[in-house]
Design a protein around this ligand. Sequence first.
Ligand code: PLP
Length: 387
Amino acid sequence: MSEQEHRFKSGFETRAIHAGYEPDPTTGAVIPPIYATSTYKQDGVGGLRGGYEYSRSGNPTRTALEGALAAVEEGERGFAFASGLAAEDTILRSLTQPGDHIVIPDDAYGGTFRLVDKVARPWGLEHTPAPVHDVTKVAEAIRPGHTKLVWVETPTNPLLNVADIAAVANLAHAAGALLVVDNTFASPYLQQPLTLGADVVVHSTTKYVGGHSDVVGGAVVVKDLGLAERIGFHQNAMGAVPGPFDVFLTHRGLKTLGVRMDRHCDNAERIVDFLTAHPAVGDVIYPGLETHPGHEVAQRQMKRFGGIISFRAKGGLEHALQVCSRTEVFTLGESLGGVESLIEHPGKMTHASVAGTDLEVPADLIRLSVGIETADDLIADLERALD
Ligand code: PLP
C-alpha cells in the first residue's frame, strides 16, 4: 500500500505501524534505521540524496516518525521536536508576533502557562486565561483582530475539563484566530482534533505516544500547507529537534499506541468504579463519569475517556500527601502516559509553578496516570494506600 493510501484509507493501528516508512530499498530493514549522522554526502554541490543535507533540517529517522504522526492525526504534515515545550515554543513563535494576543486554558499544564507567562509575555505576547470548557467565556476572552491563537487542552491537566473542539474552532475562526489543541492527554487514538476543525495539534510525545517513560519529545501536526511551511521553517530556524535515538524510541512507542490506550482505558474505568465507592475519597474527576460536566462533549469527540483520573482526598492536604507516598505499584512521580502507573500531587509537584495564581489547583487533589498493569493489583494498591 502506498504512503497516501496508508494515510487516508487504513485503520488507526495500520497507520500507526506502517505510515511514514517503506522497508528500506537497499536492505529491506522493516524498521527505520537510526541515522546517527549530522551531515550527508552530496553528489556534486547541491546534489542531495533524498533532500537530506544536515540533520537539524532533516534526518530519515525523523522523517519516518513525522510521516506517522501526520497519519495518525489525519493531518498533512507532522513535525517532531526535542520536547513538548519545544513544540509549543515553536508554534508560538511561528504563528504569533510581539503585540499579538492569545487565549490559553485557565487550568493549562503548568509548563505551558510558564512558557506563555514568563517567556512569551516578556517577548511581547499578551494572553488571557479562560475556562476552555465554557464557550461563552472563551468568546469573551477573544479580542477579534488581535487574538491570533486560541489554545486548548482537552481533557485538561489535571482537572480533566473538556473543551468542545468544534465549537471553539468555529469561534476562533470567526474572529480570525487559529485553534491549537494540545492532544497529549487524549492521544491521537482517542481524539483527532484536526478532523473537528482545529488548525494545529501539539503533543508532548513524552506521554502516551512514546508510552514507556523512556524518552522526552514533542510533536506538531497541521493540515494546511501554508501553516506547515511556517512551522517547518521555524523548526529548522529555531533548531529544537530531537536526535535520531529519541526519535526511534518515540516511533517504536507510537506503533502500539492503540492497544496500550485500550488497556489504559479499561484499567481507568475499573479504578473509577473503585474510587467512587470509597469512603475516604471525595470528588472523582473522570470524563467517562456521567456526572462529569464535560461527559457529553467527551462522548462525542473522544473514542474512550483516557487513562488519567484525578480525585480529592476527603482528609485534605495531609491525607493526599500520605496516599501519594504510600502506594507501591503506583510510582510517585511526575509525567504520565507510560505503561507503568504513576501517582502525583499536582499542587506540590506538576502544578507547583502556578501556586498563588488563578490556575492554582486544590490542595487535596491527587492525579493518577493509570498504567497497563493488572487492574486488580492497581486497585489493591490504592485500597492499602487509602486505608
Ligand atoms: N502539554 C501537556 C498537556 C503536558 O502534560 C506536558 C508535560 O507534562 C507538556 C505539554 C510539555 O511536554 P514536555 O514535558 O514533553 O516538554
